[in-house]
Design a protein around this ligand. Structure first.
Ligand code: BES
Ligand code: MN
Ligand code: ZN
Length: 483
């Protein structure tokens, strides 16, 4: 696996008198008081609006004026997006001094520093592993002015989270023919070694012995054997404040199987293991941060292919907990492998289960590619995820799981079928997953089909795999550890 090189980050105490280009903050309505030439800024049409950047060439250094919007409207999201904007416009700089952290800002200094680093490093990410020469440039080195201990702590946290997100992006961006289930498992194993969490990759025999009928059924059309990856982080020297289970969809490529996708529908389906990548990334960051919470990951990995013995529509699979599913559409494969994973997660009796899956096109239709669908059975857990969403800027929107819709997946031959009538597809998928969560365990489901993979750059997110969920899960883990 190649690891993308992000901008090198150094923490410094103050802006050096001369030398590298420097990014300075300007608030809307305070241009005159900014210390920069107000006439020049005026001629450039710069008013300090959030995410606007003006480039001011000077005699000895270039100054980037970075709009932060109105001072009283400043949030971590504004800071993250502004930092990303200046990283983009300064992409040709070898070194950029960033002085966006203000002592009197109405944002907690640690969170502010983390957000700025996430923006700077996130926007500098580029996937060049498969090009003969890089397609563009990213700012090579960033010197962040972090004057306080809190700012330095936050910056370090941001660096850890941004690096884990970049590695998750690398995995999502790797083509499906290259990232087989075994390679995904090996990437997790290697990551576990460097970041300090345990990884166990179960092979075909163990998957059979565990009776993971959903994984085996989806894998039937494939040349590559499946893997089931279990990860584990246990804090040393402290009693874990909570036990969190993370489940990630690891379809390394989704052709749809015998219910074949269209050529267009298949183009981005290397992204169908983005849930898995988010689970690995979050676990790595949580381990590196040493959070006092136990985190176990459950990642079923296979591709969904059309080989000569592929699952046929009408076949019935028996999931680990004994429930049977009639497969009427082999393209609704995510729920089949996640069913097994949710059973295994439930058996370990965690305090909460969160699954992430590029599960339905219906969710993309409803919420687009910047917002994940959030469903689940526990108001407190869903509320915590919404709070994490607000601080991390990874957007979620709550969708219902109406019991009345369970009728949609009644089967004439098995306990259930794997599709509904076509209406409310994201909700039906969520309801089917819920069938495999043991009663009494708080569970949340994030349908990340939209935000996992995008066509255009936006702030700290770059085109392609986004690593969506890493930041959200790390924040959630901190919240659960503090409860
Ligand atoms: N991996 C897809 C969902 C998807 C769609 C992810 C678009 C990212 C972007 C999933 O396996 C799938 O094919 N779902 C079907 C379910 C349907 C057959 C009930 C869908 O959404 O069409
Ligand atoms: Mn599918
Ligand atoms: Zn899929």
């Amino acid at each position: 696996m190649t690891t993308t090189q992000l901008a090198a980050l150094r923490l410094i105490r103050s802006v050096p008198a001369r030398g590298a280009a420097v990014a300075l903050p300007v608030h809307e309505g305070e241009v005159a008081a900014s210390g920069l030439d107000p006439a020049l800024l005026g001629r450039l049409g710069f008013e300090g609006k959030a995410e606007s950047v003006a480039v001011l060439p000077g005699a000895d250094r270039v100054v980037y004026a970075v709009g932060l919007g109105r001072r009283d409207a400043l949030t971590t999201t504004v800071l993250r997006r502004a930092a990303a904007a200046v990283a983009r416009s300064a992409s040709r700089e070898d070194r950029l001094v960033v002085a966006l952290l203000e002592a009197d800002a109405p944002v907690a200094p640690e969170a502010a520093a983390a957000a700025v680093v996430e923006g700077l490093l996130g926007a500098s990410y580029r996937y060049d592993a498969l090009r003969s020469k890089p397609a563009g440039r990213s700012v090579a080195a960033v010197d962040l002015v972090a004057p306080t201990a809190a700012a330095r702590r936050g910056a370090e946290r941001g660096r850890i989270v941004a690096t884990a997100t970049a590695r998750a992006r690398d995995l999502v961006n790797e083509p499906g023919g290259s990232l087989t289930p075994d390679r995904l498992a090996r990437a997790a194993t290697a990551w576990g070694k460097t970041s300090g969490f345990g990884v166990e990759a179960l092979g075909l025999e163990q998957i059979r012995r565990l009776r993971l009928g959903g994984v085996l059924g989806v894998n039937r059309g494939s040349t590559h054997p499946p893997r089931f990856v279990r990860t584990r982080w246990v804090p040393r020297g402290v009693r874990p404040k909570a036990k969190l289970a993370l489940v990630g969809k690891g379809i390394t490529f989704d052709t749809g199987g015998m219910s074949l996708k269209t050529a267009t529908g298949m183009m981005t389906m290397k992204c169908d293991m983005a849930g898995a990548a988010a689970v690995f990334g979050a676990t790595a960051a949580i381990a590196e941060l040493g959070l006092p919470i136990e985190v176990r990951g459950y990642v079923p990995a296979t591709d969904n292919m059309t080989g000569g013995d592929a699952t046929r529509p009408g076949d019935v699979l028996r999931i680990r907990n004994g429930k049977t599913i009639e497969v009427l559409n082999t393209d609704a494969e995510g729920r089949l492998i996640l069913a097994d994973a949710l059973c295994l997660a439930s058996e370990d009796r965690p305090d909460a289960i969160v699954d992430l899956a590029t599960l339905t096109g219906a969710c993309v239709m409803a919420l687009g590619n910047k917002i994940a669908g959030l469903m689940g059975n526990d108001d407190a857990l869903l509320g915590a995820i919404e709070a994490s969403s607000a601080t991390t800027g990874e957007q979620v929107w709550r969708l219902p799981l109406p019991p009345e819709y369970r009728k949609q997946y009644e089967s004439p031959v098995a306990d259930m079928k794997n599709i509904g009538n076509g209406n409310a597809g994201a909700l039906v998928a969520g309801l089917i997953l819920e069938e495999f969560v043991a009663p009494g365990i708080p569970w949340a489901h994030l349908d990340i089909a939209g935000p996992a993979f995008v066509e255009a750059d936006d702030a700290d997110v770059t085109r392609g795999g986004t690593g969506f969920g890493v930041r959200l899960l790390v924040d959630l883990a901190e919240r659960l550890a503090a409860r």
